[in-house]
Design a protein around this ligand. Sequence first.
Ligand SMILES: CC(C)(COP(=O)(O)OP(=O)(O)OC[C@H]1O[C@@H](n2cnc3c(N)ncnc32)[C@H](O)[C@@H]1OP(=O)(O)O)[C@@H](O)C(=O)NCCC(=O)NCCS
Length: 188
Amino acid sequence: MLESKRLKFVAYEKEDLALDEKWMTSADVKKFFFANPYFLPEPERDEKMWDHWMEEARGKWCIYKAVVKKTGQPIGMCGFSIEDEASTIPGRYELWLYIGETAELEKGYGTEIIQTLTRALFDFYAAHTVMLCYHAYNIRGKRCYEKCGFKYEARLREHTFWEGSWHDMEVRSITRPEYERLKRKGVY
Ligand SMILES: CC(C)(COP(=O)(O)OP(=O)(O)OC[C@H]1O[C@@H](n2cnc3c(N)ncnc32)[C@H](O)[C@@H]1OP(=O)(O)O)[C@@H](O)C(=O)NCCC(=O)NCCS
């Protein structure tokens, strides 16, 4: 099982849909992760779609629930997907995450999740590049990704309409040589 110092990463199951949807509608996750003001949880529809989604996900995405090892409390969701399916060697992966429990924000869990997934992608999935996207107004997320060695790569201009105006999306990434360098420095 994938784990870090304080967390274990449990495969997302159908039973997690309700928790995920509850978190998705919380203020922080809505604004910083999803930024879709029209999102309404539809657990019945999602349960019906489950088998179809799992079929779609096979070999392309991994989704985990992050659980505090000591207490068994789930605190958020995270995962990754192959970004360049058409490539003969799938070298580019995208990772994503959110802490759903407001009381658990800014305790270093986000950093721990990114480091664990990034390490897994380079060490076990033979990734060459790991990327992530975030809304440019997500300063906390940006700081967290910078700390983990993700470098600025691109800006998708006026990507998301939120609270009455358009906002840019930023892309950051880390390449294998950068990861190896940070590993030698003890960041990973
Ligand atoms: C983004 C997220 C994953 C980060 O995880 P986290 O556990 O809260 O963050 P960490 O504690 O690991 O690190 C946060 C860093 O941002 C810093 N920070 C927080 N608010 C900040 C602000 N307004 N300006 C600058 N830095 C800020 C913290 O001080 C900390 O840096 P430090 O360790 O150097 O002091 C989490 O906050 C979250 O899930 N937010 C809601 C949804 C979301 O944004 N998901 C990501 C979408 S791309």
